[in-house]
Design a protein around this ligand. Structure first.
Ligand SMILES: [Zn+2]
Ligand SMILES: [Zn+2]
Length: 326
């Protein structure tokens, strides 16, 4: 079994080398497909540049695999090899996906540049991992592993949010972590731009804006980009609870901002009215409850018969006294 695999690999390598060798001698227009020209997609022999890219990719795997670590000292060699691959084949998906991740800690700016290029590539427009990776790198502080004082890149949350959004739009059902990353980046950008607010308020307001936009979209009968946010209401509920009970960096409770309290009330009324929330801790209250089971605050009773006050069990009539309640 192992021997078979080995033989197959050897045959493939020989075939690829032979093909690239043939490529070199067969075309009299060799110069035109040299990487300096950067015009390889227009190469006269179709498919040949793809084989060249494959060969360059295998060489890259060999070199990168043989390195103990990729850091600021040797990363230029790695990015030059990656440049060469996309010069042969600008649509080389694997290079943008795993190739770029190999060097993203050593030269994050270059890695982001590669990924942005990949995101603009029409041919790769259905790949949602590429914009996610771009957003991921854009939302982090990355330092030189040999010198912690040397900051290689700082977060750009506005840009990060843009790429996370792109990742969401490219998947029919975006993963919850992609949606969370988008909301976090957008909230961080908002909190950075306005010193009067904190991240609790920013998160709640980002979600509330998304909710308003989605309502507007469905009202006008057009498809809105926000329709791709799943479980928006439960995210709003969670954000409202967090904004009501904020904590500092050490986890100690702090007072919520007045702006947060005003927005929480608005969200409770406009979005979460059906959840019958406790006005104090924003926890949904069960039918018939007079007090919140989480914090003991008196709450408005709902879901009971108007005549006998027993909890309604469904249908149109009270199961206890027969009064019509709907
Ligand atoms: Zn409560
Ligand atoms: Zn009744």
């Amino acid at each position: 079994m192992k021997k078979d695999t080995l033989i197959r690999v050897v045959v493939m390598v020989v075939a690829l080398l032979a093909a690239s060798y043939l490529a070199n001698i067969l075309t009299p227009m060799q110069k035109e497909i040299s990487i300096e020209k950067g015009e390889l997609t227009k190469a006269p022999i179709a498919g040949l540049h793809k084989i060249m890219a494959d060969v360059a990719w295998m060489r890259f795997i060999n070199v990168a695999g043989g390195m103990d670590t990729i850091d600021t000292k040797n990363v230029d060699k790695i990015s030059a090899m990656l440049e060469k691959i996309i010069a042969y084949d600008p649509n080389f998906e694997e290079m943008y996906q795993s190739g770029v991740l190999c060097m993203s800690n050593a030269d994050p700016k270059k890695a982001i540049e590669f990924l942005k290029k990949a995101c603009d590539n029409e041919y790769l427009k259905n790949n949602s991992k590429l914009p996610f990776n771009a957003g991921f790198l854009l939302s982090r502080t990355i330092v030189d592993q040999n010198d912690p004082n040397n900051i290689l890149s700082k977060p750009d949350y506005t840009q990060a949010a843009k790429y996370f959004r792109m990742a969401m739009q490219r998947s029919s059902q975006p993963e919850p972590y992609v949606v969370s990353s988008y909301i976090r980046a957008k909230a961080k950008a908002k909190a950075e731009a306005d010193k009067k607010i904190d991240e609790y308020y920013a998160t709640l307001s980002v979600l509330y804006d998304e909710w308003k936009a989605s309502k507007k979209g469905s009202f006008e009968g057009t498809i809105v980009e926000t329709s791709s946010i799943p479980d928006l209401e439960s995210r709003l509920l969670k954000a409202a609870q967090n904004a009501k009970n904020p904590v500092d960096y050490d986890g100690n409770p702090i007072k919520p901002l007045p702006e947060s309290l005003a927005l929480i009330a608005k969200v409770q009324q406009e979005v979460l009215a059906d959840n019958h929330l406790c006005p104090n801790c924003i926890t949904p209250t069960p039918a018939g409850a007079k007090f919140c089971t989480s914090c003991g605050t008196k709450v408005a009773v709902w879901g009971t018969c108007k005549t006998c006050q027993k909890v309604l069990t469904g249908g149109n009539y009270c199961a206890d006294c027969g009064t019509k309640n709907k």
